[in-house]
Write a protein that binds this ligand. Structure first.
Ligand code: FES
Length: 110
């Protein structure tokens, strides 16, 4: 059995969306036509990044931003490049794209 988070087309270019799967929260981000999936946990305090639904990008739409203290993350690697957790990473989640769906890696299926 596979667990699909969403369709690739659900994520517009330069945007990110949040998805909950049981108790686990995920961010799916699409940047330069590449998809990345991270756990929705800021490495600073371990809390979700957004304060409004699906509001993950900075005002320029270039970087993921934590709403609590403003940490900025690269959308391809999840590396924090500014803020209190600089040098740390969002936890990257293995996935595949199957038939236009973002499908979690086996260790992330619930
Ligand atoms: S909780 Fe994310 S920057 Fe502090």
């Amino acid at each position: 059995m596979t667990t699909a988070l969403c369709h690739v087309s659900d994520i517009p270019e330069g945007k990110a969306r949040g998805f909950d799967l049981g108790a686990q929260r995920y961010i799916v981000v699409r940047r330069d036509h590449n998809i990345s999936v991270f756990r929705n946990e800021c490495p600073h305090l371990g809390i979700p990044l957004e304060w409004q639904q699906d509001q993950f990008m900075d005002p320029d739409g270039e970087l993921l931003q934590c709403s609590t203290h403003g940490a900025l993350f690269l959308p391809d690697t999840g590396e924090c490049i500014s803020g209190p957790c600089v040098g740390q990473f969002l936890v990257s989640v293995p996935f595949t794209c199957e038939e236009n769906r973002v499908v979690l890696g086996i260790e992330n299926r619930t």
